[in-house]
Design a protein around this ligand. Structure first.
Ligand SMILES: [Mg+2]
Length: 153
């Protein structure tokens, strides 16, 4: 199926076809997501990133190198910037869409959020960190905190 031509956001111009593709994508993502644990997410994210060369030639010492870790953090932030660009372009943040120039690549606000989480997860796995444990103890602490954690927003 092709949708639009030379349009960054073909959904705006081809809503009928787009909705069908979006629904199919959401069904697939739901099935995958419902079976995935954080531990598995970490392992899969690192395995895929490593297989694509993102950890090639990175020495063990990089795990405690603030400059290298800073660059990893900026890559995570770059995914949030991409999410911002999606909503700045006026695309409904609830949609997943496909462009004709890369018809197999899912796009959209939620895909960029997924990219951010994937980058966090692969970095955590590489560092040997347990995200599920960290989230659990932080959530327990957050639950005990005051209204808005004592802030205005
Ligand atoms: Mg991205």
């Amino acid at each position: 199926m092709t949708i639009g031509v030379n349009e960054r956001y073909p959904a705006v111009k081809a809503k009928g076809e787009f909705k069908n593709r979006m629904r199919r994508a959401n069904e697939v993502l739901f099935l995958v997501g419902s079976k995935m644990t954080l531990e598995q997410l970490q392992k899969d994210s690192y395995r895929i990133a490593n297989a694509h060369g993102f950890y090639d030639d990175i020495p063990e010492e990089a795990k405690t190198d603030s400059t290298f870790l800073g660059s990893r953090l900026m890559l995570m932030v770059s995914e949030f910037a991409e999410a911002l660009e999606e909503i700045r372009a006026g695309v409904d943040p609830r949609l997943i869409y496909y462009n004709t120039n890369k018809p197999d690549k899912p796009e959209g606000f939620i895909i960029e959020l997924a990219d951010a989480i994937i980058r966090v997860a692969d970095t955590a796995e590489w560092l040997g960190l347990d995200l599920a444990h960290a989230i659990k103890i932080k959530q327990e602490y957050n639950e005990s905190r005051e209204y808005k954690h004592g802030k205005t927003i």
